[in-house]
Design a protein around this ligand. Sequence first.
Ligand code: AMP
Length: 395
Amino acid sequence: MKTINDFNFKDKKAIIRVDFNVPLDDNFNVTDTNRIEAAKPTIDKIIADGGSVILMSHLGRPKGKEEKYSLKHIVSKTAEVLKNPVIFVDDCRGVHAKNAVDSLKPGEILLLENLRFYAEEEAGDVEFSKELASFGDIYVNDAFGTAHRAHASTTIIAQFFPENKCFGLLLAKEIDSLNRVLNNSVKPVTAVLGGSKVSSKITVIENILDKVDHMIIGGGMTFTFVKALGGNVGDSICENDKLDLALDILAKAKAKNVQIHIPVDVVAANSFSNDAETKIVDVRHIPDGWQGLDAGPKSLENFRKVINESKTILWNGPLGVFEMENFAKGTITLGDYIAEATANGAFSLVGGGDSVAAVKQFGLEPKMSYVSTGGGAMLEMLEGKVLPGIAAILN
Ligand code: AMP
């Protein structure tokens, strides 16, 4: 796996695909600089080598050239985060872009205009990719968030750099972290899968059954399993057309010697609202008119034992409706257990959507070994897919 550390960038132009798809407020101020900060180590190394940097990214989902999606809005914030001046050019192809690239000197950083101003980007157009490729001596992909897309700048461009292509430090870290969980893991390995529906996680579950020793199933998925096993789930979210599938997963887990842990009790509410009346009930006996919205205390105690003994932990999906304060306890408590295990030497990876939002919201991020930056991309990796943006560098 080639990374930027395998190259000396002195007097070279690096064209880097970054994910600067950052949130902006109504006055076009950047409200969260995480994604820019995440790309900084890669940019720093290239500048330190004496190279120059050409940054390319998308922002939002523009239909053609729409000013509100211009990357000009992020230039000053990017310069501030990178602690370096950033030159901006109002196009990502054509004469303006070419002139800006040609006059770029070692140590300088150039940001190209939004790639998605051209439909050719998402279409993976070869000519467009070739033009982007002509700007750089070395292609670096450091955008994990779009690595599952075969777009011009994320995948197609790589063919024009048969030797001179590599991963940036962020993307390399994402791949390493996942490998530490799924391929070179220290046992016992535990996956915690939460979230709303079995149907959206089925491919993930099936893929990781071969890799884990324990699987904790929580969140809304719980109830499809409980009902399949003959329990009464009341008004809880439940996919009635997936009951056989749930039984099938349990059978497969047994055959593969994977221990499945499902909540035994839940915080039930008499409506889907933070102000609802609540009570702790046995997960198999949820009265009609009530729905389980969080894991209960006995369940959490069971999960604690499993997490405590684990040396490798993957967490994808919240244990309850954490967006509502009264149903966030399960998710926070689980996060605390994982933090504790991590402090005791376990490797923990949080990735693939809402659990990332949860760990950030509850201040748990620094206590995890790694928190992934790409929702959809991480999910696809957990599903066992080879992401086109990663394959393009490896080939
Ligand atoms: P996902 O995108 O599949 O990871 O699902 C995340 C969503 O699942 C969050 O918005 C949670 O509010 C929701 N969720 C978690 N537990 C439950 C539950 N018991 N009932 C309904 N929704 C849930």
